[in-house]
Design a binder for this molecule. Sequence first.
Ligand SMILES: *Cc1c(COP(=O)(O)O)cnc(C)c1O
Length: 858
Amino acid sequence: MKAIRRFHVRTVLPEPLAPLGDIASNLRWSWHSRTRNLFRDIDPQRWESVRHDPVALLASFSADELSQLAADTVLVERVHAAARSLERYLTAPSWYDDFAADQEAPRAIAYFSAEFGITHVLPQYSGGLGILAGDHLKSASDLGVPIVGLGLFYKTGYFSQSLSADGWQQETYPVHDADDLPLSLVREDDGTPARVTLDLPDDRTLHARIWRAQVGRVPLLLLDSDVDGNDDAGRELTSRLYGGGGEQRLRQEMLLGIGGVRATRIWSRLTGSPLPEVYHCNEGHAGFLGLERISELVTGEGLAFDDAVEAVRAGTVFTTHTPVPAGIDRFGKDQIERHLSTLPGVPVAKVLPLGSETYEGGDPAVFNMAVMGLRLAQRANGVSQLHGAVSRGMFDGLWPGFDDSEVPIASITNGVHAPTWVDPKVVELGQRFVGPELIRGEQAWEALGQVPVEEFWRVKRELREQLVQDARRRVRESWLLRGASSAELGWTDEILSPDVLTIGFARRVPTYKRLTLMLRHPARLRRMLLDPQRPIQLVIAGKSHPADETGKKLIQQMVQFADDPEIRHRIIFLPGYDIEMAQKLYPGCDVWLNNPLRPFEACGTSGMKAALNGGLNLSILDGWWDEWYDGHNGWAIPTADGVQDADRRDDLEANALYDLIENNVAATFYDRDDDGLPQRWLSMVSHTFTTLGPKVQATRMVKDYTQQLYAPAAQAARRRAQDGFAQARELAAYKQEAAAAFPHARVDHVDADGVSDSPQVGDQVHVRAYVALGGLRPEEVDVQVVHGRVSESDELSDVTTVPLSFVETEDGPDGSGRQVFAGDVTIQRTGSFGYTVRVLPRHEGLASPSELGLALNA
Ligand SMILES: *Cc1c(COP(=O)(O)O)cnc(C)c1O
């Protein structure tokens, strides 16, 4: 076979159009509709045929065509206006400027994720995690938070979905040439591509180049192993997102974590930008980043391994994004041993315990990436209040001796990037009534609730119409691929209606999301679809992981149901769920349906995007909906939480869903006044804008991360590194002492004075505790009274803790020294009151008393 050498010829723009190059390569266009409109207006037809891709659009013009365009003075002026707008966006004073003026804020934050969903032209995501990461970067850019994103470049992305004639998911893997994408190669000063190199087992090395996507102000660095110098397996390593099994996944994650840290060093050296002070590990996939930083400190600063762990933990934030066990990466310890033995300064014997499942039910042979992530991060969080609580329960084995409520995993509820997800028609409406700041601040959303409802209703019909048109085209294309001829597809021009109550359901298809719950009683659903007075229409989309046969069966079941000629105008499955489809789907729906098996939806964000487009949510009280459903912003599908029989639970919840749709949702939607307006419905929409609008913004989320996690982490990391990492060494030594001492410590005896025969609220009780500390000094512990309501079974609830002060050392009964701690407790409630004494570790380097998982409960 003849080897074809490929060369890539970049479009050379004539001077008057030169700014278009920068405008196309900064992904801000993906959330700035005026810039998109500029590209569209250059050649509307071609804009469609290149699927709204600015780089492809520019590449499609011949040199002659470009010089003609360059002679169009109106166009040239628009190009320069767009360039000025981008420049203003990139240099404007930011929220972060003010934030950092008031306190010690990180100079840079590295945000690691296995996937990033920024625009449909850069398909580097599979679902929610990636979209969230994209929204995080975009909002960080809006706020001026100095983040750099780290990920992998997958030349075939996740996969492209289509359907077979009988409705089975088909996967294809079109190759995306990085040269055709809005990416630029990171180069050394001499022009050669910068390289990250990694040692693999058997004396092999892996090389990767670094692509940069520019997300507004935020650079996103993507490592790509498809380079000369790698063997075939190495070149293929990063070709697919979540493709390949154990070993390939492990190597991908080594490249992401270890290579990612190395990429930040290169980036900083080449650009002069500050090194990250905070490392944000999203999900376990990037967990090896901690090991690389330990390795740097051991080899570069001469720290002992344990001291380096403390230095690294201070500046690391770990976010868990799923309570579904299959979502957590686990490798065999033997695999880790084989792969991680070459990291300098990091003995495998020290690595293995970091990922060990040292809790009840844990597998001793397994290395758990989330567990390592939690152990190597001083700060951790889940992604909604409920998910935080679920995670605290799930990982409580890592903090023995503590109540779930004290497990140090906080919550920051996800949000969505409004400029990306709010349809331009809604933005325009808002700006007409609220002002130009609508799309920037969170609070402006409150005002959107004041827009006259008839105005909104008119726009909503346009949004439904837009979805209907898009869906007709997609269904038709899908049927052509399924083997139909265009002659028999006339019916696709008639499907859906812009006046029918439109319900959307789109997401990945793991079993817990229950794609087919609505098909539980097919006859009932048919009746609802075909109801002559109050019909509903359903638009459904979703991808199943290629290896998930169960998920593919669910899709097939859905597709076959929707294929029925009697109902296919009212229920459709759209293959190829992606950002671009989503941007039409959310605005076009009146209701966004979500019926996961509670509590497996960590947060869910699609419903937030629907809400920002005037949609009402109809959802199980899971994830964010559990937190923010308020009785007027949509509907809660009752859950049969306690019911063990999964089948019966589905039955109960499906029936509740049908009842809700018929009696509440459809009834409200079709309840019209004399002007044809559904007043009750519209008041719910206004209420949604006013109350949910400000909360669901990703800018709110990024501010929360910055204030609650990034800034404290940066401060802790600086403190830890001062004076030659003195605090890191002290803390590591203290941990060892405390771990040795606590098993031998005991509370000998507790006295309480001042408890009368009939205690009253407000009475003071004087408590003295006699404690043997197993070798720790009194100032190295906190001794507390924990008091609260006491149950029949002697459990405390509604607890308050009161610190006791050290009083003196005295000889214990057996001759050993014991310490006396004392303090006053005020009785604060009537009824059954109880207390206990406990001893906790104390060190200025700890972020929470439960951090070490050591507690002595009397
Ligand atoms: C928002 C979004 C998701 C995630 O939605 P969830 O509700 O979190 O499941 C997945 N895919 C696309 C294309 C999205 O836009």
